[in-house]
Design a protein around this ligand. Sequence first.
Ligand code: ATP
Ligand code: MG
Length: 160
Amino acid sequence: MTEPVRLESVHFDSVEQTQAWGARLGESLRAGDLVVLTGGLGAGKTTLTQGIAEGMRVRGPITSPTFVIARVHPSLVGGPALVHVDAYRLGGAAELDDIDLDEDLEEVVTVVEWGAGLAEQLADDHLELVLAGDGDRRTITLRPSGARFDVLVDRLTNDV
Ligand SMILES: Nc1ncnc2c1ncn2[C@@H]1O[C@H](COP(=O)(O)OP(=O)(O)OP(=O)(O)O)[C@@H](O)[C@H]1O
Ligand SMILES: [Mg+2]
């Protein structure tokens, strides 16, 4: 029997709302976590990452890398660094293992902007966030993989 697919969505009407939710997520992330952002060009992956960085209290700025594939943002408060990977621009062929990172992924939080569909190749526990929408309105569908992220998604989809 196939396992039930769990799909929860959240909706935002402005950049500020998307970033505020990203900050809530960022506050909950810890070393070793992997967050995979999928969604087309301009879907809001980098914008959401800016919110995550704020919540994690790491050094900015979070930008769209043009030539650099991965950037390390150290913590300002003694927490884990944020490694922001823009694999979207690799054209879809790469896997996370192929990206040459100096950091031990167990010690940092990794956020990857990824081409659609590729996240399924990631075997480890991760949180996939699928971004869609246009105008100012965005929908983020949460696809947790593993118990750790199940708990996190419960917390993040409850309106508090
Ligand atoms: N509610 C919203 N949430 C996020 N972005 C929004 C929202 N409303 C409008 N936008 C705009 O959509 C654009 C999102 O761009 P962003 O660079 O974050 O997307 P991306 O998915 O990282 O794109 P790329 O594929 O180029 O990496 C920005 O110009 C942002 O201002
Ligand atoms: Mg981007």
